[in-house]
Design a protein around this ligand. Structure first.
Ligand SMILES: CC(C)(COP(=O)(O)OP(=O)(O)OC[C@H]1O[C@@H](n2cnc3c(N)ncnc32)[C@H](O)[C@@H]1OP(=O)(O)O)[C@@H](O)C(=O)NCCC(=O)NCCS
Length: 409
């Protein structure tokens, strides 16, 4: 098949069901009609591409217009890449490469310094300059071993319905992400997706529970969770599944965790996507019975290298030159002098030798302080011309908290 047999076009509202059906077919899944409608509300048709051959959709990819919270700086534009699929009989002919190239060009034209995605398989996206820059953590907590090291005065946690959650949770999320970089913005349509709970998606578990702590006007945290019941010879051994637990202060965080762990009829609580430095891991007295581990990372890409470097804030001043190899976005390829003065970076292309050499994937991996430069240097993918260059870049990029984004897009 010649490459130009396949056209790449933006879709419109009428084309969305066929687009989604093609994506679903590749992933071996389906969407009920009301889910199609809900996902359609978050779709951005001018950023969704369908690869068509003879009128049939054979490939899909798209981007959402998020902004990403940043350390010591206002949030910046981030293209949330999504719905990537290529039909089995058209794979390995360069279709994803074409779609990704077009989506990244579009992100740059829109002035978005960053792009991000969740990868179905790790090896796919490194070639496009994406690196696992926002690690996430998971935890499995045994209720019988869930004593906290610092017991909290339990704040009053209340269960509300989805409608009230939709009114009150967004402000908490917005406040929390100001202190947690890496987190994408959520509009009303996204909140509807987060809170939605179609019975056919519960897989045998109970309905979502929406817990909140605080008072209207001073809400301090929420937890979206559900009970998956299990009875073991008449003994209740259910699992609480935490979808998201977000708090703006330490007491609210502790109270919400205590609340979800102490769910009646449950013996275990699991959470699938936490910040890697979430205090719950060190709050529990018994880290042996309640072992945290790593979850899926969010992949990040610097779309416009100098704009991305300059968009975040820094706590250390220094000047370093980086030789960055970026085959997929040649405008980023070159030697960049990054000078941070009073926490504000400038970034300009220069000639001459560099202090450090790395590729676009590695730069994306370390850009928000989520992965240590020293680890990548030890892995041999960041190299330095002087012994102090690696620790200096490590200090420059370090942040107070780990980056985090918890929900799929
Ligand atoms: C992943 C997928 C979209 C790739 O599409 P594609 O059109 O075959 O990709 P391309 O032909 O542009 O491949 C580009 C390169 O990526 C490589 N690649 C593609 N998928 C890969 C994978 N799963 N693992 C490792 N490498 C992969 C190809 O081998 C090719 O390498 P090359 O440039 O060295 O030859 C397609 O296989 C697919 O739909 N998979 C199932 C759904 C899925 O996982 N989607 C991603 C959601 S995040």
């Amino acid at each position: 098949m010649a490459e130009n047999d396949v056209d790449l076009d933006r879709i419109d509202a009428a084309g969305y069901p066929a687009f989604l059906a093609a994506f679903d077919e590749v992933f071996g899944q389906s969407h009920a009609d009301d889910e199609v409608e809900r996902s359609k509300r978050t779709a951005e048709f001018d950023r969704f591409l369908a690869a068509r051959r003879a009128g049939q959709v054979v490939g899909t990819a798209g981007a959402f217009s998020f902004d990403i919270s940043l350390p010591w700086a206002p949030a910046a534009g981030c293209a949330g890449m999504t719905m990537v699929s290529v039909r089995a009989d058209h794979r390995r002919r360069g279709l994803l490469t074409r779609m990704m190239s077009q989506l990244l060009d579009d992100a740059e034209q829109r002035g978005e310094p960053f792009a991000a995605l969740w990868a179905s398989e790790g090896p796919i996206y490194g070639r496009y300059g994406f690196g696992p820059g926002i690690p996430t953590g998971t935890i499995r907590i045994e209720r019988d071993h869930a004593r906290f090291r610092s017991e909290t005065v339990m704040g009053e946690v209340e269960l509300v319905d989805a409608e009230e959650a939709a009114h009150r949770f967004p402000a908490i999320h917005d406040a929390a992400r100001r202190h947690r970089h890496g987190t994408m913005s959520r509009n009303d349509a996204w909140w509807a997706r987060e809170l939605a709970d179609p019975p056919e998606r519960r897989g045998g578990a109970g309905a979502k529970r929406y817990a909140i702590i605080g008072d209207r006007g001073n809400d301090r945290g929420y937890a979206i969770h559900r009970l998956r019941p299990r009875w073991d010879e008449g003994v209740p051994r259910g699992t609480v599944e935490v979808q998201e637990l977000v708090a703006t202060d330490a007491d609210a965080h502790r109270s919400l965790w205590r609340f979800v762990i102490d769910t009646d009829l449950a013996s275990v609580t699991t959470a699938g996507s936490l910040p890697v430095d979430d205090p719950i891991a060190v709050l529990l007295e018994d880290p042996v019975r309640n072992r945290p581990s790593l979850g899926w990372p969010v992949y990040l890409r610097l779309v416009d290298l100098p704009a991305a470097v300059m968009s975040r804030g820094y706590r250390t001043d220094d000047t370093l030159t980086l030789r960055v190899h970026d085959r997929f976005r040649p405008r980023n390829d070159g030697t960049w002098r990054v000078a941070v003065v009073d926490g504000v970076a400038s970034c300009e292309a220069v000639g001459g030798p560099a202090d450090l050499e790395l590729d676009a994937t590695s730069l994306a991996t370390i850009a928000l302080g989520g992965v240590r430069v020293t680890s990548l240097a030890a892995a041999g993918v960041v190299t330095a011309s002087t012994p102090d260059a690696v620790p200096r870049l490590e200090r420059l990029l370090a942040t107070d908290v780990a980056p985090w984004h918890g929900s799929m897009f």
